[in-house]
Design a protein around this ligand. Sequence first.
Ligand code: HEM
Length: 403
Amino acid sequence: MASAAHAQRPAHVPADRVVDLDIYAPPSMDEGYHEAWAKVQAANPPLVWTPRNEGHWVALGGDILAEVQSGWEQFSSRVIVLPKSIGELHGLIPTTIDPPEHRPYRKLLNDNLKPSAVRGLQGQVREVARDLIARFRDRGHCDFTEEYARIFPIRIFLAMVGLPESDADNIRLWAESMTRPEPEIPFDEARQAFFDYLDPIIRARRDEPGEDMLSAMLSADMGGRSLDHDEALALCTQVLIAGVDTVVNFLGFVMLALARKPSVRARLRDNPSGMLAATNELFRRFGLVTIAREVREDVVFHGMELKQGDMIAIPTVVHGLDPQANPDPLSLDFARSRPRHSTFGSGPHMCPGQELARSEVAITLEEWLSAIPDFEVAPESDLTCKPGIVGKITRLCLQWSTS
Ligand code: HEM
């Protein structure tokens, strides 16, 4: 996905706004994904232009980022992945559709992922968390990435859409190939693999609907019609990608912080009833999705001339880490009065899965801290951070005393 090739600075970009920044490999990544982005933000103006990845703007100020992300009248979602030549292939629904066409698809997602629907899933989420933790609790160590994070959200998800757990490995491979700079299989092949996999499933659910979310989406009323087959393929693929890689990697960042900070563990352990509220500070601190928008018409924006077709990267991580939005942003402060962030985005495309994500994280923490109150990073870990559309830690292993 990333391209080392440099684009030429276009005439409308002032030379003093040019920064050599690869959004898929920001400098100082060895200090941590969030620390690296905080440094980039502190060292540069709030809106810069980079020649990397075919040349594009990058919103680094929290407020500017939120403005770009939600301002669909000026900034289109037609292409949301950089470099633009790859993003043009994306075509998933509803992420690459602007309002007003976006609205019926969005209603369908909101109806299926609304808080009452998520509350109905909580028992199942807790059961999966308990089952996974019980597999390694008495061993005193685990590969958290492989034995928990990569399994947990996908098991819940497959149950929601009524698909067998044996499909998890393939779905993970294709989802990761569509969100990583150096994919195991090329972006368009991964997308096609998703379509080939979903094609017979969608046809079968149309003929014989079940009680699952996939069947509900296929039969939903979209203003006098239902989703056609191609729309269903693009929408289901998007939901599968969006709901998996994000939760997997967010949990990695959170558990690394907890392993390193006994005071944070104690704070969460001592307030189990406040876990759901506490997740908001965790989501502020550990933003991890980097997407983009396309400029619709020539416009002057925060003093910069933007031309139709210019791309603007929105690394959502920088909003929560902006000291102007959140004082002392690298500290986890559960008493922070109003954590401000864009971890779930903002505007018409704001994440419809956020209730489910919050619930998955809160339940993981409740169950984990009750079974394993204290733990630390194990030496087998590889804490190298890998950026992509979704940031990640390569491999987090944890250990604890069983006595
Ligand atoms: C840590 C967890 C998660 C994070 C950080 C996250 C983040 C985001 C962000 C930033 C967007 C906005 C994209 C844009 O503006 O173009 C988004 C959209 C989306 N998310 Fe999430 N997400 C998470 C979990 C989930 C889950 C669990 C699901 C589904 C079950 C989900 C489904 C979606 C979908 C379908 C969209 C597209 C919405 C649209 O275009 O209208 N996400 N997510």
